[in-house]
Design a protein around this ligand. Structure first.
Ligand code: CA
Ligand code: CA
Length: 217
């Protein structure tokens, strides 16, 4: 009775073109000539593994960093996607992008292997749009101790991204009050009697984008 020998090549071959021959061996250790060569072509269908993209940096919003991805063969490049469109390709896990002020975009990274399989990172919104402000009102209160008036300002701070927006009030070049307020929610700042009022504000989002706002009173 004749049986047809078989063997699984799982894990023993390379991705790509493999030249394979067979030799037969008897119990005494005699080895046959090699069979005819046949070519086994295998393709890499496994994409690189998931990785993490977190570029947000208040000191440099355009500095993009991500963790390294790995592949069953090799990660050959990273594509930087801007609003879903290829911006550029790099081989490292860091890229410095000169973000124009006033523009915010969605970015993601795709890790590619040589066969064209890719894994896409999380999408990150890179904020370069400064905050705005609205709804300013001023209440004034008499200070008996100094026979002068002090101001209390109410306002709304608005940003395209930040959860909280910071405001600093200035009288001349001196900072006289500051606070952090929820995006889009009315806040207020009191000035002490010794200061009285403020002339302008610097309003900053969480990514360091700011505006210089003249207080309208
Ligand atoms: Ca692969
Ligand atoms: Ca912003």
């Amino acid at each position: 009775m004749t049986t047809v020998p078989s063997f699984s090549l799982g894990g023993l071959y390379f991705i790509g073109s493999n030249n394979i021959t067979i030799r037969a061996k008897d119990a005494a250790g005699n080895v046959s000539d090699a069979s005819a060569n046949f070519v086994l072509v295998t393709q890499d269908a496994t994409p690189p593994i998931a990785f993490s993209f977190n570029p947000m940096s208040s000191s440099n919003p355009g500095l993009m960093r991500w963790t390294q991805s790995f592949d069953n063969v090799q990660v050959v490049r990273y594509d930087i996607m801007q609003n879903g469109v290829l911006y550029t390709s790099v081989s490292s896990t860091v890229f410095s992008y000169s973000m124009p002020l006033g523009v915010s975009d969605n970015f993601s990274i795709r890790a590619y292997d040589a066969a064209g399989n890719y894994r896409e990172s999380n999408i990150v919104y890179v904020d370069r749009i400064p905050p705005t402000t609205s709804s300013w009102t001023e209440d004034t209160f008499f200070c008996p101790s100094t026979f002068s008036y002090r101001s209390e300002y109410s306002f709304i701070l608005i940003d395209d991204y930040s959860t909280n927006v910071t405001i600093r009030l200035f009288n001349g070049s001196t900072q006289v009050a500051s606070g952090s307020y929820q995006n889009g929610v009315t806040g207020s700042l009191d000035l002490p009697c010794a200061i009285g009022s403020a002339s302008y504000a610097i309003i900053t989002d969480s990514q360091g984008n700011d505006i210089n706002f003249t207080i309208p009173f």
